[in-house]
Every structure is written in C-alpha cells, then in structure tokens.
Design a protein around this ligand. Sequence first.
Ligand code: ATP
Ligand code: RIB
Length: 300
Amino acid sequence: MSTVSGIAVLGSANMDLVAYVAKAPQRGETVTGREFRTAPGGKGANQAVAAARAGATVSLIGAVGNDTSGLRLRSALEASGVVTDRLRTAEGPSGTAHVVVDDEGGNSIVVVPGANAGVTSLTPRDEETIRGAGLLLLQLEIPVEAVVAGARVARAHGVRTVLTPAPVRQLPPELLDRVDLLLPNEHEAAALAGVADPRGAALALLERVPEVVVTLGEAGCLWAARGTEPVAVPAPRVRAVDTTGAGDTFAGALAVALTEGRPMPDALRWAAAAASLSVQRPGASASMPYRSEIEARYAS
Ligand code: ATP
Ligand code: RIB
C-alpha cells in the first residue's frame, strides 16, 4: 500500500477564536469562560491538514487575508506539510470562526468568511491542481460557485469528489450531480434529505449521489451505497475534550485511505480511528493525528 497519494482540497481557512466554557450561553445570557485560545481552523484547511498528517501529498486551494492571522494560517498549514502555492493572499482580513466549546466537548460556531468570501472562481493553475489529484475534497465555507467549478473540473477529469455539505445549505443540482461521495453529519443529512432518521436520510440522499457516509459523532458512521444495505461502522470509545474538527479529521483521513485503495469499510474504520484521536485533544487542525498514531489506534 502506497503512503503517498495526491489530494486537492478546495475550501476555507479560518482563525478559530475558541472559548472553553462549562455550558454554552443561551440568548441574552453571559457566562464566564475557563480558557481562550486562537488556533488554525476552517473546514478546508482542517481537511488538508488531516490528509497531510495522515500521509498524503495535499494542496489547498483557497485564500487567507493579508493580516497576521493569514501569515499564521499559512505557516501552520506548511508545518503540517500542506502545499500552499494555490492559497491566495487577499486584501483584507482572514476568515474567523468564533467557537464555544463546552465541558462535554461539544461546540457551537459562528464563521465570518473574510478572505474565503473572495474565492468565487478558479484560476487555470487551480484547475490544473484539481486535474492532477487523485481525489478532491470540498466543503461549503467558500462561495458555492467555486465549489461547483471545482466539482466540474474534477468530474471532467475523472477525479473522485467528496463533499462535506457544511455549513449546510440547499445544494444546486450542478453540484450534487458531480459529487461521488456525500459526507454529511447527521444534522446535515437530515436537513438535506428532509428525513430525521440517519438511515432514512442516507437512503433518500442515495437517489441523488452514488455514495453517502453519514457521520454520527461518538456513534461512528453509516455508509450507504446504491444497490447494497447500509453498513454501520462504530467509532472507538474515547473521552472527548473538544470535538471541533472531528468531521474534518474524518474526511481528510478517509480521503487518504480511499486514494490508497483501501476498501470502504476499512477506510471508514481508519478515518474513525483518526477522528477519535482528534477529539481527545483541544483545537481543530492542532488536534489532528499523524499517520503513525492513526495506524496504532486502527490496529488496537
Ligand atoms: P465537528 O463539526 O465537531 O467537527 P461533525 O459534526 O462534522 O464534527 P461528527 O459526526 O460529530 O462530525 O464526527 C465525525 C466523526 O468523528 C465521527 O463519525 C466519529 O468517527 C468521530 N467522533 C466524533 N465524536 C467522537 C467521540 N466523542 N468519540 C469518538 N469518535 C468521535
Ligand atoms: O469544522 C470545524 C471548523 O469549522 C472550525 O475549525 C471552524 O473554523 C469552522 O469553520
């Protein structure tokens, strides 16, 4: 099995402003936090870091601002081995995510897009990066027209496309028609399918895409492909301290496993091993495991 595989990620980079609290505030309420940290995040950058640390050659296509956050985001990506020559530096602020993490490790997030909002189209070199990849990872924190453009290039050149539909929104048919694997969490699956139960939602979504994996937090995930019964894959039991980026760790590791040719059930177990490690540590990208750690957890 190869340890190197090319993955392109088209998506956001954010500076996460994270407050750790016992319980997230309700509307009109003020609570005192325990700790505050700034840490690199953004769904695109997170997925790129997860895949790079898991052993792939990864390029991130996107944008940061020309502020100190932009510099820090770029150097954090490079420190994890992500290729950043397709990461533009735009005039203005980088994206920020205002994250509240509670004592159960759960979170709520407000994203202010900043430079990510300017990623509305692809350059010829961005397209070349996608054409040359074995797999394209997409999410929805950059304008959807760029996501559609990425999926279009990928489909035209036979590059497998995996879409994390977050933050969830209505998906244009020209995007869904070009997605090979849809990777929602259970809330996103329910919102997209209009069906609350994850199995029912996965089956409904299969009418629009050939393959669906619904992630279910500590309960693992559910894989559904056309023509077969859905398969549940459990997650390792761990004590979570911060689940921010768990879905991105799962996506990045899954992409690596798939491009290395692992069959889907094994790839999902490998991704679940990676994500279980990330929830045991604080931060989004910062918590993501390296390949040797994933292999050790997968084997145990
Ligand atoms: P987030 O938005 O917090 O990054 P998500 O909502 O996109 O995550 P989840 O379904 O919560 O996605 O989690 C993704 C995967 O991470 C799960 O399928 C599971 O493998 C792993 N995971 C999440 N939470 C836990 C946990 N508490 N214990 C073990 N594994 C977990
Ligand atoms: O998926 C987690 C990410 O969502 C965080 O890092 C934050 O930046 C938000 O975009």
